[in-house]
Design a protein around this ligand. Sequence first.
Ligand code: RI2
Ligand code: URA
Length: 503
Amino acid sequence: MKLRSKILEINPGKPIVFINEKDAKAAKIHPTDLVKLEIGKRAIYGEAAIDNVNIKPGEIGLSGEFLSINISQGELIEVVPAATPESVRYIKKKMKGEKLKKVEIESLIKDIVDRKLRDIEISAFVTALEIHGLDMDETASLTIAMAETGDMLDIDRKPIMDVHSIGGVPGNKTNMIVVPIVAAAGLTIPKTSSRAITSAAGTADVMETLANVTFSLDEIKRIVEKVGGCLVWGGALNLAPADDLTIHVERALSVDPTGLMLASIMSKKYAMGAQYVLIDIPTGKGVKVENLDQARSLAKDFIELGKRLGQYVEVAITYGGQPVGHMVGPALEARELMETLISGKGPGSLVEKATGLAGIILEMGGVAPAGMGKKMAREILESGKAYEKMKEIIEAQAGDPNIKPEDIPIGDKTYTFVAPTSGYITGIDNRAITAIARQAGAPEDKGAGLKLYVKVGEKVKEGDPLFTIYAESETRLDQAIVVARRSEPIKIEGMVLQRIGNI
Ligand SMILES: O=P(O)(O)OC[C@H]1O[C@H](OP(=O)(O)O)[C@H](O)[C@@H]1O
Ligand SMILES: O=c1cc[nH]c(=O)[nH]1
């Protein structure tokens, strides 16, 4: 059936094809069906929705997501129901726990990128990976397929360094301090980040409170050639384009299957042309990797995958037993890291982790002698050189380089929890902290999150503040308070943990 295009000024987050019910019935198209649009020799795909208000018979409404495809207003388009993609069979194969072949993985990734697989099928794929995993051959095929379905950055500088955290720990704004330290030392570090997956703030969400994170590859190249580094959102570029489409589903489920995580991270590093990559694996209770054995095994996988991609990879297993620093949520984290960069001092956990990671990269890149990287990283931070470099990066990414931490807007609806009893902080529940911050609206509401006043091992008196929740709406604040009351985000105990007698 040929219908006339009507480009709509709406962006539902995925390509939606709106059809009048009369035409839908005639063409045998049902709501949520996959629809194929034939425009000359091109075929593109979207999900069907019925709209009798804005779309007349003979018209087809196309959501803003189709704009990049170069369709003009009023163009005649052949609209047909699409056949079920072959890759759905491969998803079912993985659901049964079978190994996928390279060609099957390539076909799956191509179908995700071409939008032939809808969120419902991608979600089944993510779930199958969460349950059955991928072996190293499958992971390598997935990584290369994810990278090669997109563009590759080609920067004429050597060496190209990169850093990536597997995430999972609340308040992990560390790489926003690592990147300016490394770039200030003269190394090139084109850092791409994803938005939050399981946490309340991905690095791209935090950076977005300070500058633009959405650039084309040419723009990234110009930024990196000018200032030596960047902090951009991987999903904005046509770089490993399947990554953001799968992350969108992972975020809703708050899962990050290991094989997909390896491919997601390493495909972005591969596409950016990184030669030396440092991977941060936060390890501890309530994060993605809970013990050292699991961390070492994952480290081996990253190193092996790097070898297959021609990259030199090192891994830092870092302490993830409680949040990094005191702030959780995009704007709050941005305030904390900018305060740290400006003063050269900050919470011990943040400064230790950032200078430790940056130090390893400085040694990998050959600008610091072995064993001296951390000291050099700390000097760069304390001397203000890292802050000066961050200002350059913010300016190159169209932000205000002179922004003050207190100018970064945070939620004005707040609620503070206080210690119900005196004692020592014996635990901070990472999962509960993330759940509270997300319920408060993070990462979408940039000002939402929470501020911790205490860390593990510290002493509190009854009535001392433990943490403040920040939200941008009363409703979100109330919901976050309920989540906080239901969980025990901060554990306080006296020095006597248990009394046992009469055994
Ligand atoms: O904690 P969750 O949300 O699961 O993980 C996602 C975060 O981890 C990585 O951090 P970085 O960019 O290396 O700093 C990703 O890019 C993203 O920002
Ligand atoms: O970029 C990232 C980070 C963690 N996990 C992923 O899947 N991707």
